[in-house]
Design a protein around this ligand. Structure first.
Ligand code: DC
Length: 455
């Protein structure tokens, strides 16, 4: 896998699906170069239409209803081979020394580009240009055949789709802002025509590469599509950078196996309410915190592998212990419990159907009683739910671990530890606002539920 700077991301899909805005934003966020392959086909089409290369030619293209002289496929391929296209940025295309960024978006070019792009000779020229642009990596390239033909070895491939009606509506809204005379039905017809041409041509038709992630954007907002893509990329990159961290981390299972024997034999670990933990899908486990024995107790008590958020000092005070924690799916969080990077990581994990464990109180209770929760947990839940992530919030009441390993003790002693998992907590009524008070209210509700489980 490339590092982040060298990443290659492809975004394919039909006309009007929003590829450009999505690709541009993703490129900006990840500090990669954005390449709009359609702009190059458009630049060639513009050159053909203006007839500047062949001089006398009027720029008519066979089959597009122009009255001037007709250019053959060979003429058009010759033009494609002769023109000098400089792709400065997606907002600056230079053709034979002249900037044509605006001209290539004209209705005339849009109407003819699919015909030009269907010629093999033209595609060969453009594919070469595109491969050169991506040679050093670090790009988000959008088009129709990027994941399947141009950059088949890309690190991430996405295929965006939406219904014809929705794509026409989006294009209509976009054009209406600059041109008041546009008509929705005409745009829909034009997109339908382009769809047909782009997907029925013989060479490199619009198809979804089997390795691409399919995203139906019909009912998603732009923001949702972007955060979905970023999360998917982030998630894979994070997994990739952690040697042991994947859904079947053998090291994790090995450690849990040994610990479970110890917890069962020595502490007589008693687990209740396990049926409340869904077998699949994202779960945020929220527990009261009494002792250092708590996180392993949770780990060995559930049948699924979990990830953990732990105070950052635990990772640094004893480097070997920090190394071990990382190998056991733990992430450091800043002391105040508000760490947006960790929050995002937790949200990504939940979105990918993982279990995450958090201690809303932040620190161990010194008295054995429940303590007030910090607002951080409310913030994670609120951010995640507002991003449309689906997951359950399951409370867990831990008891006995403070007696088994009191805060000032040097070693553990035999004392029964009980873990009791409660029913999912509903916080849907608290998702309307996103402010500190609401985060605190969510955190408080969680502690109430943990309290109701009883000991
Ligand atoms: O994305 P766009 O509308 O700017 O693309 C213009 C045309 O170029 C589109 O109708 C099909 C063609 N195209 C292509 O055939 N292959 C690509 N990779 C990109 C665009």
């Amino acid at each position: 896998m490339n590092n982040k700077k060298r990443l290659i991301i492809t975004i394919d899909g039909p006309a009007g699906v929003g590829k450009s805005t999505v690709s541009k934003t993703i490129a900006k966020r990840l500090q990669l170069k954005h390449i709009d392959s359609g702009a190059i086909y458009r630049a060639i089409t513009y050159k053909v239409l203006t007839g500047q290369v062949l001089g006398t030619v009027q720029g008519a293209i066979k089959g597009n209803g122009n009255n001037g002289s007709t250019l053959s496929e060979d003429d058009i391929v010759t033009i494609a081979r002769q023109v000098k296209i400089e792709y400065k940025t997606s907002d600056r295309i230079v053709l034979d020394g002249d900037e044509v960024t605006k001209q290539i978006r004209s209705q005339e070019v849009t109407r003819c580009v699919s015909t030009v792009a269907a010629y093999k000779g033209v595609r060969d020229v453009v594919v070469n240009i595109l491969k050169r642009l991506a040679a050093d990596g670090g790009v988000v390239m959008e088009g129709r055949d990027i994941g399947s033909v141009v950059l088949p070895d890309a690190d991430f491939k996405f295929y965006l789709d939406a219904t014809l009606q929705e794509r026409a509506r989006r294009r209509y809204e976009e054009l209406k802002r600059s041109d008041k005379d546009v008509e929705l039905y005409k745009i829909q017809l034009e997109i339908k025509h382009r769809d047909k041409q782009d997907s029925s041509r013989e060479i490199a038709p619009l198809i979804m590469d089997p390795g691409a992630a399919y995203i139906d954007t019909s009912i998603l907002t732009l923001k949702e599509v972007i955060s979905l893509i970023i999360r998917k990329i982030d998630f894979i990159l994070k997994i990739d950078s952690m040697v042991f961290f994947n859904s079947s981390n053998p090291f994790y299972y090995m450690v849990c196996f040994v610990l479970k024997l110890f917890y069962t034999k020595y502490f007589g670990l008693n687990i209740q309410g396990l049926e409340n933990i869904p077998a699949t899908g994202g779960v945020l486990l929220v527990c009261n915190h009494l002792s250092h024995l708590d996180p392993p107790a949770v780990a060995v008590s559930i049948p699924r592998q979990a990830s953990y958020i732990a105070r950052s000092s635990l990772f640094t005070v004893k480097p070997l212990f920090g190394w071990l924690l990382k190998r056991l799916n733990s992430y450091p969080i800043n002391r105040d419990g508000i760490d947006r990077d960790v929050f995002k990581r937790v949200i990504t994990l939940l979105d990918n159907g993982k279990i995450c464990l958090a201690f809303p109180e932040g620190t161990r209770s010194k008295t054995g009683q429940l303590q007030p929760a910090k607002p951080g947990i409310g913030m994670i839940i609120s951010m995640a739910k507002n991003e449309g992530v689906r997951f359950s919030v399951i409370p867990c009441r831990i008891s006995g671990s403070d007696k088994a390993f009191p805060p000032d003790a040097k070693w553990v002693k035999k004392y029964p530890i009980i873990l009791n998992y409660g029913k999912p907590i509903d916080i849907s009524d608290l998702l309307v606002k996103q402010d500190r008070q609401t985060y605190q209210a969510i955190a408080d509700r969680i502690m109430e539920h943990i309290g109701e489980i009883g000991v």
